[in-house]
Design a protein around this ligand. Structure first.
Ligand code: ASP
Length: 435
């Protein structure tokens, strides 16, 4: 069995939904995981904000989104019978949204609102299959996808439930389910965080021990540099799980970083494919490691660097633990870290608690904060063993002021921190020297 996940743009219009159905309609048994139609989750986030603030504009916002879906229904379905079914579904979903008007709005309500995008896209696609005479079963993700009290996937439960559901339909080839949404340990609707549909697909793949997990987007796989800043980038055909995890995390926004790990644990190949060009080979991510050398460059913006300088760090132990505890207590992950004997520099991308973190760090030393930084990540298999890779990187960055360098943390990555204004230059220079 395989898993095929389609992102928001791949189901972003009636035309695109039809192409997805065309793509998945063959003899292979599969679970199709869908995101919400593109733009929908953003509007649902906005609707939640308006509910929270008690702003009356919320009804107009809901109406606008509902009108969009009315157009989708008209264009997606050919028969009056299915247009009617589609309208009924949309009305149910939007009535539910309106039911939050005037009542106390909380996190539980917000998550129910955010879930509506995936519930709509999957039900519409399922109805379209039905209208087209394609046999498919809609598997409600809320029946099997669950996170525990630490917000970690409950793998045992997911496997049990989904396998039980699949067993009830031995003849069915095509299953459709929602990405992103799940239930939490209290049984309430929750989600796997923004962009989490890739993660859903990977967790499902692991649970059913799929032959392959395909992630379909609108670009032809990972590129060896950022095509928005560098000309003539190339799609990478093969990546190891470790390389893909580094690239996914450091900026190459094509795959949710958390989705690599479940596939890696179960040793299931992840395939990145392009819905606009289904015949193109895409990128295969697997346990296979190719020859050594630099393979790709990615950049992650909106990074904040924090330096803590203290004489007390000199030959002391326990200093780093205290620093890390501050970040832990504010649930703020650290990305990059470099140390000297009297200072430690680290980077974060979540600045929600920055002020309080800085305040607590000042107990341990002098704190300097630099905003608007970019991490440039150079990835390749065994990059550390490959001859002159670091020399080439430094040569390429001759004119770029580098704030931090991280080398040796993993065998597959060299990370550089620079001011975001130097990003485009750095990416282009690296491309010139490394490829
Ligand atoms: N619809 C959700 C989002 O926009 C999840 C996803 O598409 O992966 O974040």
């Amino acid at each position: 069995m395989i898993v095929m996940k389609f992102g928001g743009t791949s189901v972003g219009s009636p035309e695109r939904i039809k192409s997805v159905v065309n793509l998945v309609n063959d003899d292979k048994r599969k679970i199709v995981v869908l995101s919400a139609m593109s733009g929908t989750t953003n509007v649902l986030v906005k609707i939640s904000e308006l509910f929270y603030s008690g702003n009356k504009d919320v009804t107009a916002e809901i109406d606008r989104l509902e009108n969009k879906y009315a157009t989708v229904i008209n264009e997606l379905f050919g028969t009056e019978e299915y247009k009617h079914k589609g309208r009924k579904l949309v009305k149910e979903r939007f009535d539910l949204l309106r039911s939050f008007y005037g009542v106390a709005f909380d996190a539980v309500a917000e998550r129910a609102v955010l879930a509506q995008g995936e519930l709509l896209s999957t039900t519409l696609t399922h109805l379209y299959c039905e209208e087209s005479g394609i046999n498919s079963v809609l598997l409600p993700a809320l029946n099997f996808m669950r996170i525990d009290k630490n917000a970690e996937p409950d793998n045992y439960y997911i496997k049990e439930q989904i396998c039980r559901e699949l067993k009830s339909y031995p003849e069915v080839k095509l299953f459709i389910t929602q990405g992103f949404i799940c239930r939490d340990a209290n049984g309430e609707i929750n989600n796997l965080k923004r962009g989490g549909s890739d993660y859903s697909a990977s967790l499902i793949g692991k649970a059913i021990n799929a032959e392959e997990i395909q992630i379909w987007t609108d670009i032809d796989g990972f590129h060896n540099n950022d095509p928005r800043f560098v000309e003539n980038t190339k799609a990478i055909r093969e990546l190891s799980f470790d390389e893909a995890a580094e690239l996914a995390y450091f900026g190459a926004k094509i795959l949710h970083p958390a989705s690599v790990w479940p596939a890696q644990e179960a040793n299931i190949p992840l395939l990145l494919k392009n819905t606009m060009e289904p015949q193109a080979p895409g990128t295969v991510i697997s346990s296979k490691t190719e020859e050594e050398g630099i393979k790709a460059i990615a950049a992650k913006d909106d990074i904040t660097a924090i330096k803590i300088k203290s004489g007390r760090m000199l030959m002391a132990y326990g200093f780093l633990r205290k620093v890390f505890e501050v970040f832990e207590s504010y649930q703020t992950p650290i990305d990059m870290i470099t140390t000297s004997e009297i200072a430690v520099s680290l980077t974060i991308d979540n600045i929600t608690h920055l002020d309080r973190i800085a305040q607590e760090l000042r107990l341990y030393g002098n704190v300097e904060i630099d905003r608007n930084m970019t991490i440039i990540c150079i990835v390749g298999n065994n990059i550390m063993n490959s001859k002159d890779s670091i020399a080439k990187v430094f040569k390429a960055l001759d004119n770029v002021p580098v704030r931090m360098v991280s080398y040796g943390g993993s065998r597959h990555n060299i990370s550089i921190l620079t001011d975001s204004e130097h990003k485009a230059d750095a990416l282009n220079q690296l491309s010139k020297y490394l490829f």
